[in-house]
Design a protein around this ligand. Structure first.
Ligand SMILES: Nc1ncnc2c1ncn2[C@@H]1O[C@H](COP(=O)(O)OP(=O)(O)O)[C@@H](O)[C@H]1O
Ligand SMILES: [Mg+2]
Length: 257
């Protein structure tokens, strides 16, 4: 689905140049749920913004669903983003003046979906994230966990192929975090490809693969493999990054987190 070949992205400051992503090569396959770990400032958000075509790159090749994004204009990238990608942020980013259902309906306007169909789709996702009873409320009247569920509903109402989440549980308590992680896992199991930045190593078990970044580079790349009879159900299974392949079964076990 996504192929990065030696992608770099730097930010020029007053005196220094910060290299946020450094000649990164990375392949993400359809159906994966990739977690991204790494210390603050290592380039996680930049990577997610580049993947979501919210940010541009300085050099390298970037292919998304067969499109050579590195050669695309801003307008072409925006079109691709709108068609295929849903975003979830740490701070929910809901529009304060709009009700829950209006927030969720908004992307459907941009997709020129007719009114009756908009209502049907909004009803479906409201039920999906279990927030129908709050549909007429403004975001400020909701708890953090409820706001994040609304944000997820908004991200998935257009049925995106790729969901990008930047620390989606960063502002949530553990109960709400678990609820959000279970929801993301279900969406992945139903076919959505997910890329999630997280501060919480314990959350990688909900995904299928985990990479660790340092100084704008991928330093580890592990599969997360179903483990029968495990209470949590899954455990990280490590393979050397060069050998990593999402279908690799010969992976060596390592402890996770
Ligand atoms: N818009 C920007 N302007 C200048 N520097 C930036 C910008 N965005 C990110 N950076 C720098 O790039 C590096 C990586 O940032 P970021 O991707 O936000 O890291 P993370 O999400 O892992 O904390 C940091 O050193 C950060 O200060
Ligand atoms: Mg960040």
């Amino acid at each position: 689905m996504i192929k990065f070949n030696k992608i770099s992205r730097s930010f020029i400051g007053d005196e220094v140049e910060t290299v946020a992503i450094s000649e990164m090569s990375l392949t993400i396959n359809k159906g994966e749920f990739l977690s991204i770990l790494g210390p603050s400032g290592c380039g996680k958000s930049t990577l997610l913004n580049v993947l979501g075509m919210l940010d541009s790159i300085d050099s390298g090749e970037f292919s998304f669903l067969g499109n050579s994004v590195d050669k695309f204009s801003e307008q072409q990238r925006a079109r691709l983003r709108k068609l295929h990608i849903g975003f979830i942020f740490q701070n929910f980013n809901l529009i304060d003046e709009l009700t829950v259902e209006q927030n969720i309906e908004l992307p459907l306007y941009y997709h020129n979906v007719a009114k009756a169909e908009r209502k049907r789709l909004v009803d479906t996702v409201l039920k999906r994230v279990d927030i129908s009873h709050r549909r007429k409320h403004l975001p400020a009247k909701l708890s953090g966990g409820q706001q994040q569920r609304v944000a997820i509903a908004r991200a998935i109402v257009t049925s995106p192929d790729l969901i990008l989440a930047d620390e989606p549980t960063g502002n949530l308590d553990s109960k709400n975090s678990t609820q959000v992680m279970e929801l993301l896992q279900q969406l992945n199991q139903e076919g959505a490809t997910i890329v999630m930045v997280t501060h919480a190593p314990e959350h990688v078990i909900y995904g299928t693969r985990v990479i660790e970044l340092l100084d704008g580079k991928v330093i580890t790349d592990h599969l997360v493999k179903e483990k029968p009879n495990s209470k949590v159900g899954k455990e990280a299974v490590g393979v050397d990054s060069k050998e990593t392949d999402s279908t690799a079964d010969q992976a060596v076990e390592v402890t996770c987190g």
